[in-house]
Every structure is written in structure tokens, then in C-alpha cells.
Design a protein around this ligand. Structure first.
Ligand code: G6P
Length: 607
């Protein structure tokens, strides 16, 4: 977790550092700080705004580093905020990741007379680097030497008071990229802070250490030698990373869903329903030979993987299993590399558990495919092939458009696998046609926004909520509940509706809400019964359905949300939209921090 930015050039570093932290705040926002050469450090507990207010107006310097934190070691206090320094104040460092052996390193330094001011693992790293600098090493050699002692993960930016025109950065397990401009070098945890300044970027790889000066960046390998890292061009627009006049990023991103689907389909879904996925060309043979598919991811990505699994099983007839990445890593590895493919689903492409699940699969020779939004992210680079969402940056911590983007790409993959496994038929063709129409169906669904805002007012104070679904709607029940709890802090659970009688039903009372996903699919009648059972217990009820069932469900449920009619397999793409809007509107009614909910971070790069 945590966000890092740095600048070395000819202009004032401070505005870039503060704006950059603001852009990276989704990575962590419990405390923040910056160091500017010739001026020193300012740190504050709380959000970046608190830091901005504390930085004096004459805080001018041409090089600096900054950090927004998501605490792992030590409380989110001003003292524990980065940048950290060594005892003599000779080096300053910002760190994203975890130093696993920090306690033993601290004990060793302590025995040599060192004392520590913070509770963080990162301060130990600053002490190690400082010791080498004071012994006369260059900053890059000092950092390399310190890192040779470290076990754990890091994205790191370090400065020395004796070499003020230099930033040394290093990466192992936490993302970092360099921005290249005339007479300036930038560093950041992701591309968003760089967009207003440069489009030329260099992605660092694990084991890289780079030395940045205003006119150059030299990449070394921590295990020896230099490395050549080609630069890449960013095509995200600055506006895409801003709110476009909406009150919150979450709302802006939900309203972008029709366009997100269009972008995911563009150039891939032909008018005749055929699918072209350029990203999988290196994976053609394993995909053609696949007799089983394991999908993995975390949080919402695991739920979109479930949508994908349902579609692949239905259209391509290949058995699929979805395993949470954090579980897959530690299970006995029983995936046969000869006929199984692992698909890793991740918006950021940096989620540590998902990345480690990919690495575990690779160690066992299993072909790996990434479904990723962030181009150049670690998962996209480490999987054998990747399909990008092209959804643009997603800033709100709670994912919305990327969830649909993932489901869309998985739908394309299901159709593509149906082709390679000779399963194309009228049903797949009908689904492909509807998938082509899905941007306009999503637009129509989102137009119910105002009525959902009214509903949200009515249900903003329920004591808890169940989201019930069956079959293809089960992942949507999970996602609807996750969204509500993430942003509104109402306790919510998703259940396959058939499970409700096995325990959860005991919780139903007049303050409790049940949201039943009951569109016109093959399981409609079963869902209607479950809704009836819930209503009979006197709880509050909302049904999500298609127009043909609106009237009858209006007699059973307190409120009905209607989505457009579409192909049965595409219904989950629409039923999830009112649930996202509902979570957003409830959170707004309750005055929550919608884009940055408490305790969460967008990119979870620790276990
Ligand atoms: C965090 C986010 C979730 C997201 C999950 C996986 O928990 O808050 O919205 O679904 O990480 O992230 P990924 O980037 O791998 O899709």
C-alpha cells in the first residue's frame, strides 16, 4: 500500500509532490509527508489536505520525495508518517511495502548504539542507508548495500543531504515508475500524478535500482550490472483522472460504465459475433487445450471472476473454479499444468495475493493469463499474456466500472473459448449480439439513478442487509453486499438465496433489509419464493427484476427496481448497476467518505 512521488529537476518540486500525493491518496490516506532538498521535511497525520495546509509557502526546492501512508507497522501518527530519516538526518526515505526482518535489523542497529523514533519498519531502512552514507558510500551504493540486508517488499525513494540533486529509487514487490521530461525526472507509484507533466514513462521491474538526476535515469540491477528499460507512452487523458464535475469519483466512474463496456469490446467483438483477442495470442495453445480453468482474484475481482466462470462453463463447456488468491497461495497446489490455465483478475494488477497466486502457478508450470486494467502493472507483465480492460484510471477505492470491465472481458473470453472448443451455436451468437448492445442497456439501467437515490433515503438507516441471488446472480449478491458495506458501513452479506433458510433468516426483523435479485431468468420462480419467505418475516424488501415481473413483485416487495430485459446470461451485468448506485446513494445519505472509505485502500500490496 502507500503512495510515493518524487521529483528532481529545475522547477519547484513542492507543488508536484503535493498534487501527486493527492492523486495517489487512494493508495492510503492515514498520514502524509514530504522532504524537499534544502528545506527539510513536513509530516502530518490524516489526509494529504492536512499536509498541504501545513507546508509553508516558501517551501521551495528543486528535488524532493513524498508519501501518503496506509499503516502496516505503527499507528497512523505524525511521527510514524514518512519520510523517515537516520539519526544524523543525513538521508530521507519514503517506502511502500513491508520489511519482514526489521525487528532483527533494528536489534542489530540498536546494539551498535542506534535509537529509533518511530514504530515503523521503514525507519530501520533509513538507518541502514544512513550508516552506509556516513561511511562514505554514494547514495546508490548505500541503498544497494542496505537492501542486500532486507527481506520483504519495497517501492523506495531515497535522498541524501550531501547529494541533493539525486533520488535513488528501488523496487521489489511494490510498483514504481519513472517519468521522463526535459530536464526533469519524476517517480511515482502509478502513472496518475505524472499525466500533467509527461507521457514518457519507464516501468521499473522487481530487483531494479535507479538513479535519477535532472537529465538522466540509470537503471541498475540489485544483483549486479545495469539494465535497459524501454520507455512507454501513456495514453490516459488528464481529465480521465479527474472527477469531470461529479461530486465523487465513484459516481463519475459508475456513469462511465457504458463507455467502459464499449472500450472493452472495441476491436474485439465483430458484428458477426466473432471475437478477436490480440492479448491472448501467446496463450492460444494452452487455451485451446484447456480442460479446466482456475480463476483467481481478491474482493470484487473474485466476484467478477465468478461471473466469468459461469459464462465460460455455459458457453465453452469448460469446468471452471474460482479460488480467492489469498487461499490459492496456501492450498496444496493441485492444478495440472498440462490441461489447466490460471486466469488472474485484477484492476490494479498489483494486488499482492493475486500476484503471488500467479507466481505460484508459474512455479508449477501452469500457463497464466491476466485480466488487468493498469497497463504495465506487475500482473500484466508477469502473466504469460494479458487482456486489458482499457477502462482508464479508477480512483474510487470501491470498484465499479472496472468490475464491469472485467466481466465484459471475461464474456469475450467465454465466447472466444466457445469458438476454440467448437461450441459456437445459436445461443452463443445470441449472447454475442446482446453483449454488443450492452453499453446502451447499461445506459438505460443507470438512468434510474434518481429513483434509486430516493430509495436510498428510505433505507439509509436499516440495521443490516442481505443480498440474495441464485445461479448467475449469486456473484452479484456478493458484490452488492460488498459495495454497501465498503462505502456505507452498513453490515451487509450476500447469500445464494437457497442458503437463507440455513441460518441467516434468523436475523430478519423489521429493521433489516433483504435485496432480492429476481430478474426473468430460469431461476425466477425460486427467487420469488425466497423473496416471499423474507417478506413473511416482516423485514424490509427490495426486488431487482425485469419488466415482465415488475407487477407481481410489486405485490410482494416494498420496492421494485426494474432493469431492461436482455439475454439471460447478460442479466448480471445490469442487476449489479442499481446495487452500485444504491450503495453510493446510501453512503451519501449517511455522510460517509465515499471515495476513500475508512480502513480501506484501493491497491492492496500487502498480505
Ligand atoms: C481492494 C479494493 C477492491 C478490489 C480489490 C482487488 O480491496 O478496495 O475494490 O476489488 O482490492 O483489487 P484489484 O486491483 O486486484 O482488482
Amino acid at each position: 500500500m502507500c503512495g510515493i512521488v518524487g521529483y528532481v529537476g529545475k522547477k519547484n518540486a513542492t507543488p508536484f509532490l503535493l498534487d501527486g500525493l493527492h492523486a495517489l491518496e487512494y493508495r492510503g490516506y492515514d498520514s502524509a509527508g514530504l522532504y524537499v532538498a534544502g528545506k527539510g521535511a513536513v509530516k502530518r497525520a490524516g489526509k494529504v489536505a492536512a499536509l498541504t495546509a501545513a507546508v509553508p509557502s516558501d517551501f521551495y526546492g528543486t528535488a524532493g520525495i513524498a508519501h501518503t501512508r496506509w499503516a502496516t507497522h505503527g499507528a497512523p501518527t505524525e511521527t510514524n508518517a514518512h519520510p523517515h530519516t537516520d539519526e544524523g538526518g543525513s538521508v530521507w526515505l519514503v517506502h511502500n511495502g513491508i520489511i519482514e526482518n526489521y525487528a532483527e535489523l533494528a536489534a542489530e542497529l540498536h546494539a551498535g548504539g542506534a535509537t529509533f523514533k518511530t514504530e515503523t519498519d521503514s525507519e530501520v531502512l533509513a538507518a541502514l542507508v544512513g550508516k552506509e552514507v556516513r561511511a562514505g558510500q554514494t547514495l546508490e551504493d548505500a541503498v544497494a548495500c542496505a537492501l542486500s540486508r532486507v527481506r520483504g517488499t519495497y517501492g523506495l525513494a531515497v535522498m541524501s543531504v550531501t547529494e541533493p540533486e539525486k533520488i535513488v529509487v528501488a523496487r521489489l514487490g511494490s510498483p514504481l515508475l519513472i517519468g521522463v521530461a526535459h530536464g526533469a525526472r519524476f517517480v511515482a507509484s502509478d502513472a496518475t500524478p505524472l499525466l500533467p507533466h509527461t507521457r514518457e514513462v519507464v516501468y521499473l521491474e522487481d530487483g531494479d535500482l535507479a538513479v535519477l538526476t535532472p537529465d538522466a535515469h540509470v537503471v541498475h540491477r540489485l544483483d549486479g550490472g545495469t539494465a535497459t528499460r524501454a520507455s512507454a507512452h501513456l495514453d490516459w487523458s488528464v481529465e480521465a483522472a479527474e472527477k469531470n464535475g461529479q461530486e465523487h469519483f465513484m459516481l463519475k466512474e459508475m456513469l462511465e460504465i457504458p463507455e467502459t463496456i464499449e472500450r472493452a469490446l472495441a476491436g474485439r467483438l465483430g458484428k458477426d459475433g466473432t471475437v478477436t483477442l490480440g492479448g491472448v495470442k501467446d496463450m492460444r495453445a494452452p487455451l485451446r487445450g484447456a480442460r479446466r480453468i482456475v480463476l483467481t482474484g481478491c474482493g470484487s475481482a473474485a466476484y467478477s471472476a465468478q461471473i466469468g466462470a459461469t459464462l465460460i462453463e455455459r458457453f465453452a463447456g469448460i469446468p471452471c473454479e474460482v479460488v480467492l488468491a489469498s487461499e490459492l497461495r496456501y492450498r496444496p497446489f493441485l492444478i495440472d499444468p498440462k490441461d489447466t490455465v490460471l486466469i488472474a483478475v485484477s484492476q490494479s494488477g498489483e494486488t499482492l495475493d493475486t500476484l503471488e497466486a500467479v507466481r505460484e502457478a508459474k512455479r508449477h508450470g501452469v500457463p497464466t493469463l491476466g485480466i488487468v486494467n493498469v497497463v504495465g502493472s506487475t500482473i500484466s507483465r508477469e502473466t504469460d499474456a494479458s487482456i486489458y480492460l482499457h477502462a482508464g484510471p479508477e480512483i474510487s477505492v470501491a470498484t465499479t466500472k472496472a468490475f464491469i470491465g472485467q466481466a465484459t472481458v471475461l464474456a469475450l473470453l467465454a465466447l472466444s473459448l466457445a469458438e476454440t472448443h467448437d461450441q459456437t451455436n445459436d445461443e452463443t451468437r445470441a449472447f454475442a449480439r446482446e453483449l454488443g448492445r450492452s453499453p446502451s442497456l447499461a445506459r438505460a439501467t443507470l438512468s434510474a439513478r434518481d429513483s434509486i437515490a430516493t430509495l436510498a433515503q428510505k433505507y439509509a438507516n436499516v440495521s443490516g442487509a442481505f443480498f440474495l441471488g441464485r445461479g448467475a446472480e449469486t456473484p452479484i449478491a456478493f458484490e452488492g453486499a460488498l459495495k454497501l458495506k465498503e462505502v456505507s458501513y452498513i453490515h451487509a452479506e450476500g447469500y445464494p438465496a437457497g442458503e437463507m433458510k440455513h441460518g441467516p433468516i434468523a436475523l430478519l426483523d423489521p429493521e433489516f433489509l433483504v435485496v432480492a435479485l429476481a430478474p426473468g431468468d430460469a431461476l425466477f420462480e425460486k427467487m420469488r419464493s425466497n423473496l416471499q419467505e423474507a417478506a413473511a418475516r416482516g423485514c424490509r424488501t427490495i426486488a431487482v427484476t425485469t419488466p415482465e415481473h415488475q407487477e407481481e413483485l410489486a405485490r410482494l416487495a416494498d420496492d421494485v427496481i426494474v432493469i431492461p430485459k436482455t439475454h439471460e446470461a447478460l442479466l448480471p451485468f445490469l442487476t449489479v448497476l442499481p446495487l452500485q448506485l444504491f450503495a453510493y446513494e446510501v453512503a451519501k445519505a449517511r455522510g460517509c467518505h465515499i471515495d476513500q472509505p475508512r480502513n480501506l485502500a484501493k491497491s492492496v500490496t500487502v498480505e
